[in-house]
Design a protein around this ligand. Structure first.
Ligand SMILES: Cc1cc2nc3c(=O)[nH]c(=O)nc-3n(C[C@H](O)[C@H](O)[C@H](O)COP(=O)(O)O)c2cc1C
Length: 397
């Protein structure tokens, strides 16, 4: 990111998670309910492991906010791991309880996880040293920081939502949703399916995987609504917003492909069906009857909704195990089982929303400049007025 900087720290069963978000302007009202809502949404979803019932994440704001307003200084966030009480002596910074640590040692790397590659890279014999940080628990810190990005975007009318487009084979090939499809769905439904008619078949599939000790992946689509034109830039490869979004969304654990608009379908068809015609809107501005491009042309937002789909591989930890090797004996053995989700797609959608929010907030700050909300609002008004003067411009309202 160019204006915002996010760092996180913390292990899955350590004392807790930190996030430091630098680069936010001063004078943004902090919406505590929004922060709590996003943390709750991340924990929701049919097919999640037992831990979701143990932990109800509460974010403590430790820096950068005074009297409910940001100061422009780095925002420091802390989320305690409630489960840490059971891991003291095993995951804390102090001397380990050798017996208990040995019981928790991971020595058969799990295929699909960072265990083997991370162990080799950092030369750790206990693969728990890798597992603990590679775990998607870290994304709680991202969602907390992302909530601040959402608050900034909301101040300029930009909203973000997501839903599960497909789970395993159910719904695979469904077109990406429009904003109205997301606002019409039930965000609290067990799997947050965009098409509620598919949800029973998805639930049945999760039950089947649960019974057989297997896991599932699928696709979640994030839509950002009311995004102004002109975020990102075509001028340099690293400023292109599609690339910046793809990187951020791909960094969500287990996401292995990112699609902008309906790129997969478009790549299999003709150009005449892939591009969005441009017409003048009688009410002012331009109209696009379709949004195959997902709101991005040349790496710049074009004023249409930004549509990003994350394709998530099935969860790597299978209860029934996968072939691996014991690092002590170098004999073949089944990978070790750690309490695990069967699918985490609904949560992945919320995390992808947070990443999209951070990238869009970063691009908005880059576009508008300024250190305070007052400056940003003034620059926003000026930019909108100048865009309205451009040929075919729409009244900036
Ligand atoms: C919300 C969420 C929850 C996850 N829960 C699990 C889990 O319970 N068990 C598991 O094996 N992987 C889980 N994963 C995926 C792993 O974290 C991920 O596959 C692993 O760290 C390897 O990274 P990679 O798949 O990005 O290469 C989860 C991912 C997300 C986004």
């Amino acid at each position: 990111m160019r204006r915002l900087r996010l760092t996180t720290a913390g292990e899955s069963h350590g004392p807790g998670l930190h996030a430091t978000l630098a680069g936010m302007p001063a004078g943004l009202r902090v919406d505590r309910a929004e922060l709590d809502l996003q943390m709750r949404r991340r924990m929701h979803g049919y097919g999640r492991g037992h831990r979701m019932q143990i932990e109800s994440d509460r974010v403590e704001i430790r820096a950068g906010v005074r009297g409910g307003e940001t100061l422009g200084s780095p925002i420091g966030l802390w989320i305690e791991n409630r489960d840490y009480a059971n891991w003291r002596g095993v995951m804390g910074p102090e001397a380990l309880d050798e017996k208990r640590a040995e019981l928790r040692r991971l020595r058969a790397p799990r295929p699909g996880h960072a265990d083997l590659a991370g162990g080799l890279k950092y030369l750790r014999r206990d693969l728990r040293d890798v597992l603990e940080r590679a775990s998607a628990r870290e994304t709680a810190a991202r969602v907390a920081a992302g909530a601040f990005a959402r608050m900034l975007l909301a101040a300029f009318g930009i909203e973000i939502g997501s839903g599960v487009r497909s789970l395993g084979p159910v719904g695979a090939g469904a077109p990406p949703p429009a904003w109205e499809d997301l606002t019409g769905m039930d965000d609290a439904s067990p799997l947050r399916a965009i098409d509620p008619a598919l949800e029973p078949a998805m639930i049945a599939l999760v039950d089947e995987a649960m019974k057989s000790g297997d896991t599932l992946g699928g696709a979640v689509t994030v839509v950002a609504h009311h995004v102004p034109p002109g975020l990102g830039s075509h001028t340099h490869w690293d400023e292109k917003l599609d690339g910046r979004l793809a990187r951020a969304v791909m960094s969500v654990p287990a996401v292995k492909a990112v699609e902008i608009g309906d790129a997969l379908a478009a790549s299999a068809g003709f150009g005449s069906a892939a591009h969005d015609p441009i017409a003048l809107d009688p009410k002012g501005g331009f109209s696009r009857p379709s949004n195959h491009a997902g709101g991005l042309e040349g790496g710049v937002t074009n004023g249409e909704d930004v549509v990003v789909t994350a394709y998530k591989k099935p969860i790597s930890t299978l209860r029934r195990g996968l072939p691996s090797v014991d690092l002590d004996t170098l004999e073949p053995r089944e990978s070790q089982y750690e309490r695990s989700d069967v699918t985490a797609l609904p949560a992945a959608g919320v995390i992808a929303e947070a990443m999209v929010a951070l990238v869009l907030a970063d691009a908005l700050l880059e576009k508008l400049g300024g250190d305070s909300m007052t400056e940003l609002q003034a620059h926003w008004t000026a930019t909108r007025a100048l865009q309205a003067e451009w040929p075919g411009g729409r009244d900036s309202g």
